[in-house]
Ligand binder design. Structure first.
Ligand code: PLP
Length: 496
């Protein structure tokens, strides 16, 4: 299977090359030139398999440079009880008559990004060998809170790699920040950036599109790459949990094989929901994809009207990992929705770059309306949903998941759609203890760890060890830089 850029430099490359490159040289994102098909028989067969086996089979359809045995080895080393706890890394929990939660937060950093970022180092180091690349990979990653830690945790101590993370100063929860600034490992670096996530992401994109800088780092034996969801190696592992979630619904007799389900995804950079759409394109029986945003509702407006407009107020919300105004992976959706018309995609992206806004044509919008619904929840509705689900179903959820639940509530109210639905839970409630306590009407006094303890007390649940042990760790990284200094900071960190 070959990969090509959404902006169409015309070059076709292998999956290993796409994973090593991250972003295409023309600024576009890589997508497969054709999509595999998950047949009914294949899905039926997967019912019997464990999560790592399912994931390996799904990945093997996209990452054809790797043998099934290699991928089985990678997934077994990644999706195991040591890293993801319990019996299965992505459990499906039935909650109401139609609603089921796909819990994706049982990994080492307590957010769904572990599914991809525990895997990416294996895919990447494997790819380097396959293409004969000997330079040290330097991963540069902008984060709205969860990517950074998940990437650090995945790459720390991995031979042949170094990783630097940029997070918006004050833009993450205190626990998210501590997770990053206490990261151990000789090959890691963490910077706070004065600005918001978009500033950090823009800074990273600028570095990536700086040909002279690429040459400069290359001369010193380094190769820049990305762990953001612009990298195909991040998206591919996410397709697997939708397939697995579907299989689990069949196994639990919530649906019969072949029944379509709806999926609700709390969305920021559009990576997670795009993985779901790709699963659908490959034949997974999915009805509507429901895109849930917080008050930064740029995607809600786009999916409804076809107008993308980033020129708007930026809100810092209770679901910080979705505080994003430029959703990178939307570019991949545009490409798929106009049948790979790269000129069109480039045009829209150029407009976005120059004016901050673009409008897609009616044909593309109609196709989007065929597949996607969209809605958003403000902080008040989000916290209310946490409260409701806890008191009605004794189910404790984090703020991002609650955004999805509220948008689902609105969707059902508007449409009456009774389809069996999978709601994606992207983070542990213990990652955002202040907001969750607030939602439950509890005092939020004291520091984060005080809050963590109180949340344990009132919920009767145990906080994940990776969070409760943070209090004993020392902060290693305290540097704050303006966005315009990101490049020089990297240069000095690499000693070039
Ligand atoms: C990253 C993140 C999201 C958004 O996912 P995208 O793939 O960027 O759309 C949602 N919830 C949590 C907890 C996250 O960490």
């Amino acid at each position: 299977m070959k990969y090509t850029s959404t902006r169409g430099d015309g070059k076709r490359i292998s999956s290993a090359e796409a994973i090593v490159a991250g972003l295409a040289p023309d600024g576009g994102l890589y997508l497969p030139t054709s999509l595999p098909v998950f047949s009914r028989g294949e899905l039926q067969m997967m019912l019997r398999l464990s999560y790592p086996q399912r994931a390996a089979r799904v990945l093997s359809q996209f990452l054809t440079d790797y043998t099934l045995e290699e991928l089985e080895d990678y997934t077994a080393r990644t999706y195991n009880a040591t890293k993801f706890g319990g019996n299965t890394p992505a459990p499906v929990r039935p909650l109401t008559e139609h609603a089921n939660v796909l819990e994706l937060y049982h990994g080492p950093t307590c957010a769904f990004k572990d599914f991809a970022l525990q895997m990416l180092p294996l895919l990447l180091t494997g790819a380097l060998k396959k293409i004969g690349e000997t330079r040290t990979i330097v991963i540069l990653t902008a984060t709205s809170g969860d990517t950074g830690k998940a990437a650090l945790e995945g790459f720390a101590g991995v031979d042949g790699t170094r990783i630097a993370v940029f997070y918006p100063e004050g833009g993450t929860s205190p626990i998210q920040r501590l997770q990053m600034t206490t990261q151990t490992g000789d090959n890691v670096m963490v910077y706070a950036v004065k600005g918001n996530f978009d500033d950090a992401q823009n800074g990273v994109k600028k570095i990536f599109s700086d040909a002279a800088f690429h040459q400069q780092v290359s001369d010193k034996g380094y190769l820049l790459s990305s762990a953001n969801s612009i990298n195909w190696g991040r998206l591919a592992p996410q397709i697997a949990y939708y397939v697995s979630g579907y299989c689990d619904l069949v196994s639990q007799e919530r649906i019969a094989m072949g029944d379509p389900i709806n999926v609700v995804v709390p969305t920021g950079n559009f990576g997670n929901i795009l993985a779901c759409y790709i699963a659908k394109c490959c034949g997974l029986p999915i009805g509507r994809l429901i895109c849930a945003s917080n008050e930064n509702n740029v995607l809600t407006e786009f999916l409804k009207t076809g107008i993308y407009n980033r020129n708007r107020r930026f809100y810092t919300t209770a679901s910080p990992s979705m505080d994003i105004l430029v959703s990178s992976n939307l570019e991949r959706l545009l490409y798929l929705m106009c049948n790979g018309n790269c000129k069109k995609v480039s045009g829209y992206m150029q407009k976005l770059n120059e004016t901050g806004t673009y409008q897609i044509d009616d044909e593309m919008l109609a196709r989007i309306h065929n597949e996607f619904s969209a809605g958003y929840a403000d902080d008040e509705a989000t916290l209310e949903m946490i409260h409701t689900m806890n008191s009605k179903y004794n189910y404790l959820m984090d703020t991002h998941t609650a955004v999805a639940f509220d948008v689902y509530r609105q969707y059902v109210q508007e449409t009456g759609d009774p389809s069996t639905t999978l709601l994606v839970s992207t983070a542990s409630p213990f990652k955002f203890p202040a907001s969750v306590l607030n939602a439950l009407g509890q005092s939020t006094s004291g520091d984060d760890f005080h809050q963590l303890d109180r949340l344990c007390e009132i919920s009767g649940l145990q906080a994940p060890e990776s969070l409760s042990t943070l209090r004993a760790k020392t902060e290693r990284f305290t540097t704050v830089i303006p966005p315009e200094d990101m490049k020089v900071s990297i240069a000095s960190w690499l000693n070039i």
